[in-house]
Design a binder for this molecule. Structure first.
Ligand SMILES: Cc1ncc(COP(=O)(O)O)c(C=O)c1O
Length: 396
């Protein structure tokens, strides 16, 4: 009985892997890891405990691995301090908030209506949450009103970041006012860390952010997890650290196999990040332009569609987004109900501008010409079949 269940689980996993490998994945928050990263995830590090206090034996290599990851992260992002222990991007954000705020402090974030990450803080924490003002077109911040808001509410934290992340944030402009009011400027780069690492997106530290944090598995093609980076300010780093080290608040025993996998992914980015990130942004731009030309409504016609990995389709409602997502999935094109599309995973498979044009044509056949999805699915498989290896890594 138990063996049968184990067999079923194995079969389900095989089915999933075989299917997803044949699909065209355009989810903007996912990516593919290299074989070397996967080997770390399946390694003995996944069975072990290690901690800063001299409590557990058997730690000598686990400690060394964390050192590699921290050193690589600092080098890649130009940070003075790096913590690779958060188990997810969300927990890296929560560590910063819990480490730096007192009850009833004010924090300023972007609302999910404007593409912000839907943090539901008020429900659990006594914090005053204020929202950054945006232009009527929803995804462009209204900088002068944002400056006015920060001056008026005097927040402890200003968090810049978004789940719909098409263009850079006004970090420079807002850092001038946060410096004056004493607010801490946090940049949630969950979506764009891989692009920042490759020098293809704004550099939040150079523009005045004090903290850069986020997920390690979106454009940063590591294992699922989180990272926190701090520039210049050891006190800030120390306060955040307290949520993740002895007497921890948010993470007690962190995951050494994940940290080892992240160390490899960071090394891959040091070696190939520039080339990768450039291709991701180029692919997203080509995809957006070609979709628009083929009468697929893409957000941002007046402002160049995208400077990141994301392309956003214009939909009127979640219901319509779900319908589009489901229609795409019938042709083995995987997206979310946003409908956000991400170019990072197809780039990692080696696709370039020509393939983006082909993908846009699949969308047009499916959504404009209403061709049967089954027919397009065959073409999707034929395209994907040509891209069987993972690029921008040391696997070969
Ligand atoms: C801007 C932003 N921050 C944080 C998160 C949470 O990241 P994770 O899924 O790694 O917890 C997300 C999730 O997609 C996000 O879009």
């Amino acid at each position: 009985m138990c063996a049968e269940i184990a067999q079923k689980i194995q079969t389900t996993m095989n089915n999933h892997e075989q299917w997803r490998w044949k699909c065209l994945n355009l989810i903007p928050s996912e990516n593919l890891t290299s074989l070397q990263v996967r080997a770390m995830l399946g390694s003995d590090f996944g069975h072990r405990y290690a901690w800063d206090e001299p409590w557990y034996g058997g730690q000598k290599y686990t400690i060394e691995i964390e050192g590699f990851a921290v050193a690589a992260a600092k080098k890649l992002f130009g940070a003075d301090y790096a913590n690779v222990r958060p188990l997810s991007g969300h927990l890296s954000l929560m560590s910063a908030i819990m480490g730096l705020c007192q009850p009833n402090d004010t924090i300023v974030i972007s609302h999910s209506e404007n593409g912000g990450y839907p943090l539901n803080l008020q429900a659990r924490f006594p914090l005053d949450v204020q929202y950054l003002p945006y232009q009527p077109d929803r995804y462009q911040m209204d900088v002068s009103r944002a400056v006015e808001l920060i001056n008026r509410v005097n927040p402890r934290l200003v968090i810049l970041g978004a789940s719909i992340f098409l263009h850079p944030h006004p970090v420079k402009e807002l850092s001038r006012v946060t410096k004056e009011t004493g607010a801490i400027l946090v940049y949630d780069g969950s979506h764009v860390l891989g692009l920042i690492a490759g020098g293809q997106f704004q550099n939040p530290f150079q523009e005045g952010a004090q903290i850069l944090l986020g997920s390690t598995h979106k454009t940063l093609f590591g294992p699922q997890g989180g990272i926190i980076l701090v520039k210049d300010d050891p006190e800030l780093a120390e306060q955040i650290d307290l949520t993740l080290r002895p007497n921890p608040v948010l993470v007690d025993n962190y995951h050494h196999h994940r940290v080892a996998a992240l160390a490899i992914a960071l090394a891959e980015l040091i070696a190939f990040g520039k080339e990768y990130a450039k291709q991701v942004v180029e692919n997203a731009q080509v995809l957006a332009r070609n979709l628009a030309v083929k009468d697929i409504p893409v957000v941002g016609t007046n402002w160049g569609f995208t400077s990141s990995h994301q392309v956003l389709l214009q939909t009127n409602s979640l219901k319509q987004g779900i319908k589009v997502r489901d229609q795409l999935e019938k042709a083995d094109i995987i997206a979310d109900a946003g409908v956000r599309l991400g170019a990072q995973e197809v780039t990692r498979r080696g696709m370039k501008a020509g393939e983006m044009q082909e993908i846009a044509e699949f969308f047009a056949r499916l959504l404009v010409k209403k061709e049967p999805p089954e027919r397009i699915k065959q073409n999707v498989h034929a395209l994907v079949q040509q891209f069987q290896t993972i690029h921008y890594c040391f696997d070969s």
